[in-house]
Design a binder for this molecule. Structure first.
Ligand code: NZQ
Ligand code: ZN
Length: 387
């Protein structure tokens, strides 16, 4: 294993009815900025629970953080937070509201104030006020990590940065996800799978512990998916594991001492930035193509996953090949498009993405050998409809 430091100070508060514990979690005397998305929390009762819990707190509300949060919107929240002298941010929503809140928290600690996009470009801004979350969509792992992904309308860009503070706490109430539309659940299952793969699907022989944890998460996601997408309400134990799997897939627990890839996410972010495709849906298109394009360097790990997660049999090459087909079939079983043509994404998008990678000179993948040339090949393989 490579040397590593594991540090994750987020207090994870898991279980039904635990939003009521907010007063014990938020620092006493805090002036709280409550951040929300487009209104799902009003319809499912989460807003009322949060407001009831915070009756004794001094709060101010900001609504309208959209999917793939836009810096233009967040600037308005930052302005409000400054005017009101906010000392704590509470995100109530999915990954977009929380990622946006991470940038708001950094900007509120930034003096002298610079444009929020500059903090994203800094990659590692130095200051942040404290923040926490009530998570309503299990997918991003943002509730227990220090990442944030922000979009900019003006230039159609979508870039990530690392916050200096993890969430102080995150409340995961599995009842909060009952109201999720099926297509959001499908995209989230693809995202959880992709997060696990970005840390696992490199080469074997690095860590048994990391491999088995990652394989466990991949198996759990496959196991819970049918019940989550069925017409009838999913049993509580299924929803519990769904929610926890999202957190565990991206809180660094499966990243200790192993190399990581993340090229699929980098390409997926460009697809989202240029077409608005939901984050998880973009990954279901890119991942199978990336594995086909990088078959030689990933074949050994693909064979391991094929046997341990998909129960495939045959020679290493056969199992590795079938493992990619099985992964693509899993994404398709969620109702997601796995090809650019199926998602009706125009070919001009491919060229723009390749051009962006060329301009940035990015070298991605666990071996830093995925340049714009390989990205072009990945997009070529991702394009045609399945035969
Ligand atoms: O805005 P509202 O009305 O709340 O509706 C949201 C939104 O329309 C809705 N929703 C959320 N919880 C709901 C609900 N609807 C009904 N019931 C509920 N309980 O779902 C829609 C999507 O929400 P969003 O927050 O955009 O989804 P997600 O949690 O998947 O977040 C995606 C964003 O996170 C970034 C993505 O790039 C994308 O911008 N990511 C963040 C990461 C991180 N911080 O570590 C890592 C990920 O790889 C990812 O890049
Ligand atoms: Zn993701």
């Amino acid at each position: 294993m490579t040397p590593f430091t594991f540090y994750n100070p987020t207090r994870l508060v898991f279980g039904r009815g635990r939003i009521a514990e907010l007063p014990q979690l938020i620092p006493t005397g805090a002036k709280v900025l409550l951040t929300f998305g487009g209104g799902s929390v009003k319809r499912n009762g989460i807003y009322d629970q949060v407001k009831a819990a915070l009756a004794e707190f001094n709060t101010v509300e900001f609504w309208g953080i959209e999917q793939n949060p836009k810096v233009e919107t967040l600037e308005k929240a930052i302005e409000l937070g400054r005017q009101e002298g906010v000392t704590f941010v509470l995100s109530v929503g999915g990954g977009s509201v929380l990622d946006g809140s991470k940038l708001i928290a950094c900007a509120l600690a930034d003096a002298p104030k610079k444009p929020a996009w500059d903090l994203v470009l800094e990659r590692r801004p130095k200051n942040s006020i404290d923040y926490g979350s009530v998570m309503t969509l299990p997918a991003t792992g943002s509730e227990m990590n220090d990442n944030s992904v922000i979009s900019r309308l003006e230039t159609d860009e979508k870039l990530s940065f690392v916050t200096p503070k993890f969430p102080l706490f995150s409340i995961l109430d599995p009842d909060a996800v009952k109201s999720l539309p099926k297509h959001q659940i499908a995209a989230s299952l693809a995202d959880i799978t992709a997060h696990t793969l970005e840390q696992y699907m490199t080469y074997p022989g690095q860590s048994r512990s990391m491999d088995r944890w990652a394989e466990g998460l991949l198996s759990v996601v496959r196991e819970v998916a049918p019940a989550l997408l069925a017409e009838s309400e999913a049993p509580e134990d299924i929803v519990d594991d769904y929610m926890l799997s999202a957190t565990l897939a991206l809180n660094d627990m499966i990243a200790m001492g192993v190399v990581q890839d993340w090229a699929t996410h980098a390409i997926g972010h460009e697809i989202t930035a240029l077409t608005g495709t939901a984050h998880g849906a973009s990954l279901a298109i890119v991942y199978p193509a990336l594995l086909r394009a990088r078959f030689n360097s990933k074949a050994a790990k693909l064979a391991q996953m094929g046997r341990r997660v998909f129960n495939l049999e045959g020679t290493d090459t056969e199992v590795a090949t079938q493992a990619i087909d099985a992964l693509e079939a899993f994404f398709a079983s969620l109702g997601l498009a796995t090809r650019l043509e199926e998602a009706e994404i125009n070919e001009t998008v491919d060229a723009r993405i390749v051009e962006r990678f060329k301009t940035r000179g990015w070298k991605l993948g666990e071996k830093r050998d995925i340049t714009h040339v390989e990205v072009a090949e990945i997009l070529r393989l991702a394009r045609p409809r399945k035969a």
